[in-house]
Design a protein around this ligand. Structure first.
Ligand code: CO
Length: 209
């Protein structure tokens, strides 16, 4: 039986290093977490949330799924969002996609991949909505553009939840950002999509306060 000993050894070294750099770090964290940020990202192993923004445990509340999709019927994502906004009081929600996303790529094809094709179905909706724009692009640019548009769409989906709108109605300071990460250069790019209040949403998506 393989016990994955090296992972435990890595962990021991890491915990010792953190404690050396920040004495009392874990003891202090064990009492409470108060992250300012909720990260909604892709499950892709090449996009590790904390590492790419240089954050320590306790600084980032994280939800990841294939292709960083936010659907209002996903209780997993909604529960993370509700807890982050209402209990932890995060100030920023970051939806971070990445170029070369396998989930987005799968949605761009007609191939079958199993159950996951259902999960990725909403990404096909984004393609369909912007089809004319995609027809002008070559294959690589199509994937890049769909990765970007997917982030923007998910930012809006976050804002369309009752959770985020309730926070704004209470006067809670909360902004939702759309970013994209390059797995080939390790750099984040801001898609300049920031929503900070209900007035920035299309009328049909605004709930009465
Ligand atoms: Co991905």
């Amino acid at each position: 039986m393989k016990l994955l000993k090296e992972l435990f050894e890595n962990n021991r070294q890491w915990a010792e290093q953190v404690e050396r750099d920040h004495p009392g770090f874990f003891e202090a964290l064990s009492r409470q977490q108060s992250p300012d940020y909720l990260w909604i990202g892709c499950s892709d192993s090449r996009v590790p949330a904390n590492e790419i923004v240089g954050m320590l445990p306790g600084e980032l509340f994280v939800h990841r799924n294939v292709a960083n999709v936010v659907v209002q019927t996903d209780f997993n994502c909604l529960s993370v969002l509700q807890y982050a906004v209402e209990v932890l009081g995060v100030k920023h929600i970051i939806v971070c996609g990445h170029y070369g996303c396998g989930g987005v790529k799968a949605a761009l094809t007609n191939n079958r991949h199993g159950l996951i094709d259902n999960w990725l179905s909403s990404i096909k909706d984004i393609y369909a909505k912007h089809q004319a724009q995609f027809e002008q692009l070559d294959e690589d640019s199509r994937l890049d553009r769909l990765c970007e548009l997917n982030v923007i769409e998910q930012v809006h989906n976050v804002c369309r939840t009752t959770i985020v709108q309730d926070a704004w109605d209470r006067g809670q300071e909360l902004s939702v950002h759309g970013w994209i990460y390059g797995i080939d250069d390790g750099r984040l790019r801001d898609l300049n999509t920031v929503v900070t209040g209900k007035d920035q949403l299309e009328q049909i998506f605004r709930f009465e306060d």
